[in-house]
Design a protein around this ligand. Sequence first.
Ligand SMILES: *Cc1c(COP(=O)(O)O)cnc(C)c1O
Length: 230
Amino acid sequence: MDNLNENLQHINATIQTAAQKSGRSIEDITLITVTKTIDIPTIQNAVSLGTIHLGENKVQEFLSKYDSIPSDVHWHLIGHLQTNKVKYIIPKVKLIHSVDTEKLALEINRKSKECNSPTDILIQVNIAEEDTKYGISPEKVVPLLSAIGSLPYIHVKGLMTIAPYMENPEDNRIYFKQMYDLFIDISNKNMNNIHMEFLSMGMTNDYAIAIEEGSNMVRIGTGIFGSRIY
Ligand SMILES: *Cc1c(COP(=O)(O)O)cnc(C)c1O
């Protein structure tokens, strides 16, 4: 618990510094506490220390925790989402970060309509075009947005990326810049039903650099809870 508090304070201080470097303040940045592999009592401690946004990357694990955590937290689904699992998480999640196909968007729209509860989503972009990562290539983002912009029960709120793992996080600065440029380009297009509010990028290793380059939503696990034990 002490460690948790210290880690959170350290991260908030780093976020503040990085936000200032890019002309913003800590209030402009959303910290998502990534709770994958973390047990319920530890998550409850993090919540009691003021954590509001929690992120899980697997549907099963998210569902196993959902009922035990105070209902006023906001859950983020940050990992790859299979179409056949959408039905389990709507309307429980606040934001789905990992939409990368029209098929998935259609199913989120369908289930959200059934629940009469629109769902906020981000488009996951594979900015470094890595074979091992989900997400769509940057040039396919606008066509996807055109295809799904008219769906009434999804609200596109921005973009997400998982940058490559780099020994030196400075090496990701170029990818964060490219994401920010894409984010701004799309904003400027004023596309139907598309609102570029959130740019979700930056993890334990590189969140300061991501924020310096324009991220306003970071997803941090290890930096808060320590190394994960699988
Ligand atoms: C695990 C995970 C994170 C957090 O990673 P850390 O390096 O532990 O901060 C962020 N985003 C996604 C999609 C993840 O799966």
